[in-house]
Design a protein around this ligand. Structure first.
Ligand SMILES: [Zn+2]
Length: 472
């Protein structure tokens, strides 16, 4: 999520940390473990309206719980405060479970009072399901897109482009834990948790004059049922979210070290796609050296006219049309999320530091950026890195305080931990953390386990509240 605060960071922008990657150890190349064999199997379709202001959708999920459950829980994240207030919404119109109509109980869970639906959808099962049982659920939904918004779901009439990420009912299951129901909060950042699923098919139906960017690997096109429409197909072995862009797009396709990189922007916006593609290649190479193999075969990048920063998805990123000098750290940050959040997931509501502190850290190591050094952070601010999203609402400026702490203090602490433990040992432990926790929802305990042999690193992370104090 965004790397650039809007206000209030002036006092912290005291030091530019640039650690060139000549200091990095070479990335290991061993493959990641296989995804969860019983992961959900998702077929997702969007039928995009010709005016690019809405889409009707259908999602089919075959869910095999690893714990007994008597209900299904989905999240409708476009109804969270910021996207809802920008005019976007996700409303589920009909649900069937194993072929029978089911009742979906809608709960606000942080959605504004005037939102057409809540962020939480609970579907009681006719009978409780045992672990290993297959449940097939089909959800029909309507997606509305806000105009010219600085968010992950939106549309621009003037630029003829629509973009929508996390814009379908998202199964809220965490293996070994169960359902996630934390409320959405008015803080700039993600709050979702999602296990990897097999994206058996993503089908986007759009007017044939438009280009479509998806998630996973493109699997061809066919003529749509309605005249003048085309169905664009994609598929992915393991992703935990989906984003789509539709519009009058310029697209650059380039293979960079075996990764199929697709970079798009609305036509006529003057976006320098070549420069963006170059930055993607630079960051990709540096991050692979630091973190290990790139986790996806394809990378879909859209430069969105009304966005101001960047938003990550598995194998995809939405970027704002930022100034050229801001591109390198921003691209490095969002691409780092392909490992921290994409490959190794986390509950972004409960443990946002597991993706944001680490992504900012990897950005600083490979591309620099404006973040204070650990030594320059006052002792009383070296805390709270491990707090959940709900914690930050108590502050006068929730988003800024969250950003200053979880991104900046968290990343500075990781840099300090690396210094204390030694770069080679720290980098090796971090790559092993990524390998061991690939295709899972990681927890702070997984970090503790990964750095168990580097107590000096763990001590710094405990000091800032990222990990529990010993004995607590
Ligand atoms: Zn981020």
């Amino acid at each position: 999520m965004p790397t650039r605060p809007r206000v209030g960071l002036a006092v912290l922008l005291s030091l530019v940390l640039v650690l060139v990657c000549d200091a990095c150890s070479a990335g290991k190349t061993q493959p990641f473990p296989s995804p969860w064999a019983d992961r959900p199997v998702v077929s997702l379709g969007f039928d995009v309206a010709p005016d690019l202001h809405s889409a009707s959708g259908r999602e089919r999920v075959v869910f095999t719980p690893d714990l007994a459950t008597c209900e299904l829980v989905f999240r409708a994240w476009p109804n969270k405060p910021k996207t809802s207030q920008a005019g976007s919404s996700l409303v589920v119109d009909r649900v069937t479970v194993d072929g029978a109509d089911a009742v979906a109980q809608d709960a606000a869970a942080g959605a504004p009072g005037n939102a057409p639906a809540g962020t939480l959808l609970q579907i009681p099962l006719a009978g409780c399901a045992r672990p290993g049982q297959h449940i097939t659920v089909v959800l029909d939904f309507t997606l509305k897109l806000g105009e010219d918004v600085d968010e992950r779901v939106g549309t621009s009439s003037s630029d003829q482009i629509a973009w929508f990420g996390t814009a379908f009912p998202l199964l809220a299951w965490e293996r070994g834990q169960g359902w996630q129901r934390d409320p959405a909060v008015p803080v700039n950042g993600e709050m979702a948790v999602s296990e990897d699923f097999q994206l058996a098919s993503l089908e986007v139906t759009a007017p044939s004059k438009y280009q479509v960017m998806g998630t996973g690997t493109a699997a061809g096109t066919r003529q749509g049922a309605d005249a003048g429409t085309t169905v664009h197909q994609f598929t992915a072995s393991a992703v935990r979210d989906v984003t789509v862009t539709v519009g009058q797009l310029d697209v650059v396709d380039r293979t960079i070290d075996g990764v199929h990189v697709h970079v798009a922007a609305a036509q006529g916006t003057g976006t320098d796609l070549g420069a963006w593609t170059t930055e993607v290649g630079v960051s990709q190479k540096a991050l692979v050296r630091l973190l290990g193999p790139f986790p996806y075969r394809d990378l879909w990048v859209t430069v969105v006219p009304s966005q101001s920063s960047g938003i990550e998805f598995p194998g995809a990123v939405q970027f704002g049309a930022v100034d050229p000098d801001a591109r390198r750290p921003l691209v490095a940050h969002e691409l780092a999320h392909m490992w921290f959040y994409g490959l190794v997931g986390n509950d972004q509501g409960r443990d946002p530091w597991l993706d944001e502190s680490f992504a900012t850290y990897a950005q600083l190591v490979t591309a620099g950026g404006d973040t204070p050094a650990y030594a320059d952070i006052p002792a009383e601010e070296r805390r709270d890195v491990g707090k959940p999203m709900t914690y930050w609402t108590q502050f006068r400026r929730p988003s800024t305080t969250y950003y200053d702490t979880v991104y900046n203090v968290g990343a500075a602490a990781l840099i300090q931990a690396r210094k204390r433990a030694g770069a080679d040992a720290f980098d090796a432990a971090l790559r092993e953390y990524l390998r061991r926790n690939a295709y899972s929802v990681a927890t702070p305990q997984a970090v503790t386990a990964a750095f168990a042999d580097l107590p000096a690193a763990l001590a710094v992370l405990r000091q800032v509240g990222a990990l529990p104090s010993v004995g607590r």
